[in-house]
Design a protein. Structure first.
Length: 144
């Protein structure tokens, strides 16, 4: 049986690993490295349809379906910068507060929006991702 100190050390390593993975995923999104982003997704990833701005009518499940949606989204908008303000990690789950600045490619219109993201990991891969934009900000355009 592991000592209490050993269990704490394991938790610290797991937390650091999850934080590194989160930062890597958002770095990939920001730089347009879709292959890098998709490689961090679990085969059975779940992406709920949270609001009409996502362009989804129903949740997505599975790496291939989520990847197709992410590619579509990347073609529709340019992520100029994402600032991670806070990352809270509890076991295999994390909450991220971030601000993203982007540009809609079709119109050239820029946006800035705060998001709260809920993430869950398994074996180092993202298995669930739900993002919620600032409800007070109504200028997010849906991806058609």
């Amino acid at each position: 049986m592991l000592s209490e100190n050993a269990l704490k050390q394991i938790a610290i390593v797991d937390r650091e690993q999850i934080e590194r993975r989160i930062r890597l995923l958002f770095d990939c999104w920001q730089s347009g490295d879709m292959d890098g982003l998709i490689s961090g997704l679990a085969p059975d990833i779940y992406f709920p349809a949270n609001g009409t701005w996502t362009g989804l009518k129903a949740p997505l499940r599975g790496r291939e379906r989520v990847a197709a949606h992410l590619h579509k989204y990347a073609k529709a908008l340019e992520n100029i910068v994402t600032v991670l303000h806070e990352i809270v990690i509890d076991g295999d789950r994390a909450v991220v507060h971030r601000t993203s600045v982007g540009r809609w490619r079709a119109t050239g219109r820029r946006y800035q929006c705060d998001f709260i993201d809920f993430l869950r990991f398994r074996d180092g891969l993202l298995v669930e991702f739900a993002e919620y934009p600032d409800a007070a900000w109504s200028q997010i355009e849906a991806v058609a």
